[in-house]
Write a protein that binds this ligand. Structure first.
Ligand code: PLP
Length: 391
C-alpha cells in the first residue's frame, strides 16, 4: 500500500460538521462514525494542487473553463462508460442545491415528488421546504436486502408524480440498483410522465459483484427525462470545496435549470474547487483503487466484528457506499435505548435511524470511511456496552 489510510488525523478545530459538531453537543471524548465524509485525507496530488493554489494568494472570482468540462467528461467516460457532450454538463456547487433548484424550476407548488425511504433527509427536505408534496415509497426488506416496492410506486405514480428522486446507489441502505430495477423505474416515469432526478454521489463506491449504471444511459428516451447529479465530493473527500456536476441531456430542462441557478444567485465555483476536481478526476486513479480496497476491508472488518461480538445486530450487506445500515431492533425498537447504549454509554456518535425518516427507527448508519484503528476502537466501545450481554 502506497497510501497510509490507517493514520488518525484529528479533525477537531477544523469546523468539521461531524467532529466539532459532536464535540459541541456531547464532548470530545467521543468517536464519530456519523456524517458521510471520510476521516481520510484527499489524494496527495489534490492536496499539492490546493496548496499551490493557496500560495497564489489572490482568491478572486473564477469560472468553469474547458479543462473543467473535459475532466468531467473524462471521468464520466472512464468511471461509468458514459460519453457526454460538454454542453450537457452544468456546474452547481452542491447536489442538495441542485435538487432544490430543480424542484423550484421544474415543478409547481403542491406537486407530488416521490422518494424511496428510508431516505437521506436533505434531499427529502428539499421537497417539503419548497412546498411540494413528499411521496414516500418505502423500500421493502426482502431476505436481508432492500427492494423497491414497484406496486406501491406505480400506485403512487398513477396519482400523479412530477419527479422521482432516485438516490443511486442508495443512502442509507447501500443498494446498487440493477439495470432491471432502473428499467422498471424508467418505464414508470415514461408511463406517468415523471422526470427522473438521480443523485449518483455515492456511485464511485461499488462493491464486488455489483455494477453502477447511470440511469440516463438506458435509452435516449430515458436520458431526455433525466437529470444526473454527480460529484467528486464523496469519492475524493472534497465535500466542503463544493463542486458538483449536473448532467442534463434535455436542452429545455437544462436551460430552465441554468435560469434557476441564476435566480438563486449561484454562479462562480469557489477558487479551490475546480483545480481540485481536475486533479482528482484525471490523476488519482491509483489512490482511489487503494482507498476502495481500504473501505472494502473496513466493511469486512466491521461485519466480522459485529458477527462475533454483537451477533444479534443485523448488518444490511452493502452493495455500494462506505456506509453500513444496521438493524439494531434486537436490542430495542426504541431509538432512545440505542442512544443510551451508543451515545451515552459507549461514547460513539452514529447516525440514528430516524434521521432517515420514521421507518428508520431501530436502525443506525455507521460510516466506515475512517482509519481502521479508530473504527476498531469505536466498535470495541459498542461491544463493551452492548446491552444484550448485560441483561
Ligand atoms: C445521497 C446524498 N446526496 C447528496 C449529499 C450531499 O451532497 P452535496 O454536499 O453535494 O450537497 C449526500 C451527503 O451525504 C448524500 O449522501
Amino acid at each position: 500500500m502506497k497510501y497510509h489510510f490507517d493514520q488518525i488525523i484529528s479533525r477537531f478545530g477544523t469546523n468539521s460538521a461531524k467532529w466539532d459538531g459532536m464535540a459541541q453537543s456531547f464532548g470530545r471524548d467521543m468517536i464519530a462514525l456519523s456524517v458521510a465524509d471520510m476521516d481520510l485525507p484527499a489524494p496527495p496530488a489534490v492536496v499539492e494542487r490546493i496548496t499551490e493554489m493557496a500560495g497564489h494568494g489572490i482568491y478572486g472570482y473564477t469560472d468553469p473553463f474547458p479543462p473543467y468540462y473535459e475532466a468531467v467528461q473524462d471521468w464520466l467516460s472512464r468511471a461509468y462508460q458514459w460519453q457526454v457532450p460538454q454542453e450537457w454538463i452544468v456546474f452547481c456547487p452542491r447536489i442538495v442545491q441542485a435538487v432544490s433548484v430543480i424542484i423550484q424550476n421544474l415543478t409547481e407548488r403542491g406537486d407530488r415528488i416521490l422518494i424511496h425511504t428510508p431516505a437521506y433527509q436533505p434531499v427529502a427536505k428539499a421537497v417539503t421546504i419548497n412546498e411540494r408534496q413528499l411521496v414516500e415509497s418505502p423500500l421493502q426488506l426482502v431476505n436481508g436486502r432492500y427492494e423497491i416496492d414497484f406496486e406501491d410506486m406505480e400506485q403512487q405514480m398513477s396519482k400523479g408524480v412530477k419527479i422521482v428522486l432516485l438516490v443511486s446507489p442508495h443512502n442509507p441502505t447501500g443498494r446498487v440498483w440493477t439495470i432491471h430495477e432502473l428499467e422498471r423505474i424508467s418505464e414508470l416515469c415514461i408511463k406517468y410522465d415523471a422526470l427522473i432526478v438521480s443523485d449518483d454521489i455515492h456511485a464511485d463506491f461499488i462493491h464486488a459483484g455489483h455494477e453502477h449504471t447511470v440511469i440516463a444511459k438506458l435509452s435516449e428516451q430515458v436520458a431526455d427525462r433525466s437529470i444526473i447529479c454527480t460529484s467528486p465530493g464523496k469519492t475524493f473527500n472534497l465535500a466542503s470545496l463544493e463542486i458538483a456536476n449536473i448532467i442534463i441531456p434535455n436542452g429545455q430542462l437544462r436551460e430552465r435549470f441554468k435560469e434557476g441557478l441564476q435566480q438563486a444567485g449561484i454562479h462562480n465555483p469557489t477558487f479551490f474547487s475546480v483545480p481540485a476536481l481536475e486533479v482528482a478526476y484525471t490523476a488519482c486513479d491509483e489512490w482511489l483503487d487503494e482507498l476502495r480496497a481500504y473501505v472494502t476491508d473496513n466493511i469486512a472488518y466491521t461485519m466480522e466484528f459485529i458477527k462475533a461480538q454483537m451477533p444479534e445486530l443485523k448488518v444490511i450487506h452493502p452493495e455500494g457506499t462506505y456506509l453500513l445500515w444496521v438493524d439494531c431492533t434486537a436490542c430495542s425498537i426504541h431509538e432512545s435505548d440505542l442512544v443510551e447504549w451508543i451515545q451515552e454509554k459507549s461514547r460513539v456518535s452514529v447516525s440514528f435511524g430516524t434521521s432517515f425518516g420514521a421507518d428508520g427507527e431501530g436502525y443506525i448508519r455507521l460510516n466506515v470511511g475512517t482509519p481502521r484503528p479508530l473504527l476498531r476502537e469505536a466498535l470495541q466501545r459498542l461491544a463493551d456496552h452492548y446491552p444484550i450481554h448485560q441483561k
